[in-house]
Ligand binder design. Structure first.
Ligand SMILES: [Fe+2]
Ligand SMILES: [Fe+2]
Length: 438
């Protein structure tokens, strides 16, 4: 019933737009339509958020299908003008509605910021102000973080609307990544500043989708991988917080429980209505993300005959997962620098735990192995990257301390074993055995 009231408001809004296209501003007909729309909004009694994703309209947390005919003209105009969302406050009045519709009819592409109505590229940033790209990226990131928090708690309670919201946020994130490196940069450069669970989920979502895009998978698959990244650790809900935040080495029993989180996650996702039929990859990635390329991780497949190739999405999310875990402050260790985290990714790739190709593409994204960076090679020599080879960040040309130039793409060449800090003059050791605890 409540949903009907909201639908009536959508109809009334569409009717107001049609009226205004026929009649001049301020005319009696336009005013009457605006009054009716206002009446519907009062009946609804809450704010209204409409998000436009491709051909879909998300009204609050619900996808509208089919799109009501009365709303189609307004929808098409908003879509053509590049608006992604509209937020209408509960106390918007007739005048507020007329002003906003006037803005749409005038085909003004600039974000609309009325007192009670905001429309623009994203509903999560209610009031845009002149800001640097980085500040906007961080603000946007924090908005997504808040959304991720709500989505994950919906999913944990197995509410199907969590999946709709996840899709909404993921589409917006992926669209932003398609435009530039916005959202990727804050994750690369900042450490965590909120609750680990949500920060980590969102970071893995953004990093996985950026990596998927770099690997040129289809748009649909990028979205699915982004969702898989967001949901990969849902199973941690079943692991007591004391174990998750344990400062020391886990007792064997606690470790066993911790290592069941992929199973718990897959199980939880399969219990959410619609996941199995619409997003069958989500439980797969949740189950496989710690297995490792060489299946040295967990859950263990006991019988080697039963071993199977992991889905590429699981291997891809695993790279983003390890990187983010290393870059984040945890109760048992400080956050690592980008260089140290890159070193561990490289070593895990060499050990077969992570997919080498994906690690390589990820390092390209991070831009960590560029000319001028000092590295330590697997034969103990130290050298500086003098030239990178297109698409092969792990195989650059190195100038060693004796003035010789080495081509790391040659079969007999050593490999990069350690990435030194920016501007480092001395190699820094990463203590043996220091690894991500995810
Ligand atoms: Fe995990
Ligand atoms: Fe994780």
């Amino acid at each position: 019933m409540a949903q009907d009231v909201l639908d009536y408001f959508l109809h009334a809004l569409g009717a107001l737009f049609r009226m205004r296209r026929i009649y001049p501003p301020g005319s009696k007909q336009v005013y009457q339509s605006a009054k009716q729309a206002h009446q519907r909004l009062v009946e609804w009694g809450r704010s209204v958020r409409i998000t436009f994703l491709g051909q879909d309209i998300i009204l609050e947390d619900r996808r509208i299908d089919p799109i009501p005919i009365s709303f189609q003209a307004l929808f098409q105009s908003l879509q053509q003008l590049g608006f992604e969302s509209v937020q209408i406050e509960a106390d918007a009045d007739t005048g507020d509605l007329m002003d906003w519709v006037e803005h749409v009819v005038s085909k003004d592409r600039t974000p609309y910021q009325g007192q009670k109505i905001v429309a623009g590229s994203m509903n999560l940033e209610k009031r845009a102000s002149p800001q640097s790209v980085m500040t906007r990226a961080i603000t946007g990131y924090l908005g997504f973080l808040a959304e991720a928090q709500g989505i994950l708690s919906d999913l944990e309670s197995k509410k199907p609307e969590g999946i709709v919201r996840a899709r909404e946020v993921v589409c917006t994130i992926v669209a932003r990544l398609a435009i530039g490196r916005e959202l990727f940069e804050p994750i690369r450069d900042l450490k965590n500043f909120e609750d680990y669970t949500f920060t980590h989920a969102l970071n893995v979502c953004v990093l996985s989708s950026a990596l998927a895009r770099a690997l040129r998978v289809s748009d649909e698959m990028v979205n699915t991988i982004a969702m898989a990244g967001l949901c990969h650790d849902l199973g941690k809900k079943e692991v007591p917080k004391e174990i998750l935040n344990d400062k020391g080495a886990l007792q064997p029993e606690d470790r066993r429980l911790m290592e069941r989180h992929p199973f718990f996650g897959a199980q939880l996702l399969l219990e959410i209505p619609g996941v199995e039929s619409t997003y069958p990859l989500l439980p797969v990635v949740a189950y496989q993300h710690h297995m490792g390329s060489n299946q040295s991780g967990y859950p263990k497949v006991q019988n080697r005959m039963l071993q199977y190739s992991l889905h590429f999405a699981s291997l891809l999310v695993a790279v983003a997962d390890v990187y983010d875990a290393l870059r984040t402050v945890r109760p048992y260790r400080p956050a690592m620098t980008v260089a140290k985290a890159a070193t561990i990714l490289i070593r895990d790739a060499l050990a077969g735990k992570l997919n080498k190709e994906y690690v390589s593409s990820f390092l390209l994204l991070l831009n960590v192995l560029s000319a001028g960076r000092w590295v330590v090679l697997s034969d103990g020599r130290r050298g500086m990257i003098v030239e990178t080879q297109t698409g092969r960040p792990l195989c650059p040309m190195i100038g060693d301390e004796q003035g010789r130039v080495l081509d790391l793409s040659l079969p007999s060449a050593p490999t990069i074993w350690e990435v030194e800090e920016d501007g480092a003059s001395n190699p820094r050791e990463i203590p043996a055995g220091q690894q991500a605890q995810l």
